[in-house]
Each structure stands twice: as C-alpha cells, then as structure tokens.
Design a protein around this ligand. Structure first.
Ligand SMILES: [Ca+2]
Length: 52
C-alpha cells in the first residue's frame, strides 16, 4: 500500500461505491474521504520507515 494506492481508492470512492468493509479503513461503517485520509496517513507512516 502506498500513496498511489490511496489515490486509487479515492478515485474509486468518488465513483459511487456502496459500503465496502474492505475499504472501510477507519471502521466507521462508511467508505468516504476519511478512509482515504486514514489510508494516506498510513502510507506516509510506512514511507517514513522505508524508501521513497
Ligand atoms: Ca470509514
């Protein structure tokens, strides 16, 4: 998972997706921009510990 995956999810989310637990990163029952933000934050945390 990297920042590009996060953006891909953002695009998929924008394209009207019903509740998808696999994409519900913050587990609040909804797939929206908050999940994208959580995913991006996670990706950044991973990048900081590795290569970029
Ligand atoms: Ca969510």
């Amino acid at each position: 998972m990297n920042i590009l995956d996060a953006f891909a999810l953002a695009l998929a989310t924008e394209a009207e997706q019903p509740s998808d637990t696999a994409s519900d990163v913050n587990q609040d029952g909804r797939v929206d921009h908050r999940d994208v933000a959580a995913l991006a934050a996670r990706a950044v945390a991973l990048e900081e510990g590795g290569r970029l």
